[in-house]
Design a protein around this ligand. Structure first.
Ligand SMILES: [Zn+2]
Length: 378
């Protein structure tokens, strides 16, 4: 995985225009994620042209500084280059020169305003096949580095708790020779939200599980809940997502209303984000988690399965869930979360929820997997 940065300008303007402040990309063998960062809100129009094959994005009411008019050569078999330039007085045009791609997706995130472009290549069919019968799981411990996540009344950090749970989870799942398990981080480092699903997409993962600890202004709030990605009208779910996305509740509501700008609508969530499978996975994880906890900690509250627009799940191409393992803001649950034994129970029960989902649930997945393996053999 390689990260390049084309532009890194600290720009702020009084003109009311937004600036293109940065363009990054993460390049993997069959997959590239391009992230265009802006200083403010804008409208974006997209179009694909042929001869030569290219994709362009017009960012309205925006400016780019002269030294940023640059070409970023990529040459990874999918993209030749990314170019950004002032197209007319009010428009910055970002062009992706294409080589060979299967598909592309685009969506937006806020704070800072980002346009994310996912480009999918054609997998290498000559790759050795035995490995392809294995399932790949990507575990995502939330936060890290300068982002502590939620902080408990006794100063326990969410980032530390969830990292330890994720490491334990990896250890448990890795005992199964049919599973390949990866973490989005295995140490105390910051990983941007949009990079976490990029890692899962690049691994062609079968499942993505993000681990978090909950927080509430009410110290009494406690219990576990598991989310999948979907729009919501539920105020409490919206608050949890706003906190994890690090944007205001007001912006969350607005974002939900405006997502049609880039055609990221329910259909996309349903199809690309495997919404139905995500829902089953969420149920399997949450039920196992609640049942295991109840045995040892009878006061545990089961909030069940919920849904909300979590940035960290946007753009995931596989069944994906976010688990809130307990409330770090609750003094008792904070104390429990600091204990190795409690973390072990959480890791074990999430692991069995995942295993249960993979073994019991979808025949269609098994069939799809066999087909994938056959494709690779041919
Ligand atoms: Zn979190």
């Amino acid at each position: 995985m390689v990260l390049y940065s084309l532009l890194n300008a600290d720009v702020s303007r009084a003109s009311g225009k937004s600036d293109v402040t940065d363009i990054n990309y993460w390049s993997y063998p069959d997959y590239t994620r391009v992230v265009v960062t802006l200083s403010g809100k804008t409208d974006v129009a997209q179009r694909r042209l042929s001869n030569p094959d290219r994709l362009y994005f017009d960012i309205k009411n925006s400016a780019i500084r002269s030294e940023l008019k640059a070409t970023l050569p990529i040459g990874n078999g999918m993209l030749k280059s990314v170019r950004a330039a002032q197209f007319d007085e009010n428009t910055v045009r970002v062009v992706l020169d294409l080589e060979k791609i299967r598909d592309y997706k685009i969506f937006k995130l806020e704070d800072p305003e980002r346009v994310i472009i996912d480009v999918f290549g054609t997998p290498d069919r000559t790759a050795p096949s035995p490995k392809n019968l294995k399932k790949t799981i990507v575990i995502d411990p939330g936060h890290g580095g300068h982002d502590p996540g939620a902080v408990g009344p006794r100063k326990l950090y969410e980032k530390d708790v969830v990292l330890d749970i994720a490491l334990k989870l990896r250890k448990i799942l890795s005992r199964d020779p049919n599973l390949e398990v990866y973490l989005t981080r295995d140490e105390d480092v910051f990983v941007p939200l949009e990079k976490r699903t990029a890692i899962a997409n690049s691994r062609n993962a079968d499942l993505f599980v993000s681990i978090h600890a909950n927080a509430s202004p009410s110290r009494d709030a406690k219990g576990t809940e598991t989310y999948f990605l979907n729009w919501t009208n539920d105020e409490e779910a919206m608050k949890v997502a706003a906190r994890e996305n690090q944007i205001s509740l007001k912006k969350m509501r607005k974002m939900q209303r405006e997502q049609d700008v880039l055609n990221v609508m329910l259909d996309d969530l349903k199809r690309d984000n495997k919404r139905d499978e995500s829902m089953s996975l969420a149920h399997s994880v949450q039920e196992t988690l609640a049942a295991s906890l109840r045995k040892e900690y009878p006061f545990t509250v089961n909030h069940g399965v919920k849904w909300a627009p979590f940035y960290v799940l946007f753009g995931a191409q596989m069944p994906s869930v976010l688990v809130e393992v307990s409330f770090i803001s609750n003094p008792l649950e904070e104390k429990l979360l600091s204990r190795d034994n409690y973390r072990n129970v959480l890791a074990k029960s999430i692991a069995s929820g995942i295993t249960k989902y993979m073994t019991v649930v979808p025949e269609s997945q098994t069939v799809a997997h066999v087909r994938k393996a056959l494709d690779h053999e041919n």
